[in-house]
Design a protein around this ligand. Sequence first.
Ligand code: HEC
Ligand code: HEC
Ligand code: HEC
Ligand code: HEC
Length: 365
Amino acid sequence: MLERNEWEKFPKFKLQECNFAEYIRQFYHMSSILNCLITIGFVMVLTSNLAAAAGAEVRPENIVGPNECAECHKDEALVWKKSHHFTTFRDMPRSKESREIKKKMKIKRVKSKSLCLNCHFTVQKVKKRPKAVSGISCEKCHGDGKGYLKVHAEFSGHKKKEDEPKAKAVQRWKKSEAAGMIRPKALYALAKNCYSCHVVPQEKLVNVGGHPAGSKFELVSWSQGEVRHNVWYSKGKKNVKASKNRKRMMYLVGLAVELETAIRAVGVATKKQTYAIKMARRAAAARKKMTVAAKALRKVPEVARIVKLGKSAALKLNNNDALSAAADKIAKQTIALVTKYDGSKFGSIDKLIPSEKDYKGKPSK
Ligand code: HEC
Ligand code: HEC
Ligand code: HEC
Ligand code: HEC
């Protein structure tokens, strides 16, 4: 497993288990390469924004900034401004904890050190230079905006949405996703994105810097509290809650990504210290929860497979090959889950899903 910054550059290879080294090794075996490409094509069709799912390479020139989004999405921006994702820009660098981490990591300024930048800030190119312009803004969750800003917002040349033929609208969304947009319905990509920050796979930052190894994250409770800004389609009148079916899918997909991410994080551990211990505990806890979910969903083979895969590699040091192979396969099963089901038959897991009192932060309105 590569460092976050590095694996971001090869998201497609990484997830499809045909990494770059493998490409070169198999150079003369055309069939393997073709297989790989076919797999890529196949999965790209399943979730056309898979590249974004693994967290695309950080490209400040592709960021338009939250003010640009707020030109049309004012209500969403107002909700965002009340969240920790917004306030971290001002608060984190000033906090006592931050000063301690900086000292231990020998960092001078957090807003110009990429180690902290990717997770705490949005970096945009301003006057030819990358600059931290805000906290965790729209594009950190919905994808770098430059590519889809125009296309997603224009009704294929029609003035009003009502005048746009259905087929054209489908095309418009396809184009937007191909350009890196992570839509709310792309649950796997969305969850992967949250976890790319809420689990911290940097061993040194945790062991030496004393940074938290991650958050006690759970997708339903963490997305339906202070983060929730479903105020677009309701024209600002209501902050719409996720539906029952959506919550079921969110719970399952979130849990699967939790397992996938924790296993990867164990894979990169090199020392039996805080980092390795916390990540192994995290993975073990995720396995248990997934096992409980699988018992409630006996008729869903993907969930059973995820449980089995989760247990297929030992949670120990120097076991990265087995652990990341298991994580890759869990990712495939999770994508299959999102593609095949809509949650309508998953009532048996309702008792496992956190209730409103456990939501993280207060939702607006
Ligand atoms: C010029 C106006 C405009 C701007 C600027 C704009 N949007 Fe939108 N956005 C829209 C419109 C219009 C829709 C709804 C399209 C529809 O109903 O088919 C939309 C829908 C969305 C959706 C919902 C997608 C879905 O699957 O339903 C998201 C997420 C979104 N925009 C994010 C952003 C982000 C992030 C930015 C900044 C990078 C941004 N938008 C900038 C006009 C805009
Ligand atoms: C992989 C993503 C990631 C990286 C890299 C990262 N952080 Fe964090 N950081 C987080 C998350 C997620 C939290 C919230 C943890 C929680 O839920 O308790 C956090 C919390 C914190 C906090 C405590 C809460 C606050 O905002 O005051 C501080 C301080 C902090 N980080 C500083 C840093 C510094 C300094 C760096 C760079 C040296 C850094 N972080 C790098 C993800 C990251
Ligand atoms: C922390 C990640 C995150 C950030 C930051 C974020 N979003 Fe979202 N956004 C989401 C999630 C998750 C959903 C779907 C939530 C759900 O299903 O309940 C969503 C939903 C939406 C929707 C659909 C709303 C509706 O009425 O259904 C729009 C539009 C949108 N976001 C735009 C934005 C804009 C504009 C910003 C910046 C001002 C922004 N988002 C910031 C994660 C984020
Ligand atoms: C770019 C990195 C990043 C992404 C992507 C991200 N977060 Fe966060 N999130 C953070 C950091 C860092 C904090 C801590 C901020 C602070 O307290 O200073 C945080 C804080 C939060 C909090 C407040 C936690 C508290 O202690 O009150 C919630 C809730 C949350 N995130 C939910 C989500 C959800 C849901 C998603 C995905 C839809 C998501 N986040 C995506 C980095 C991220």
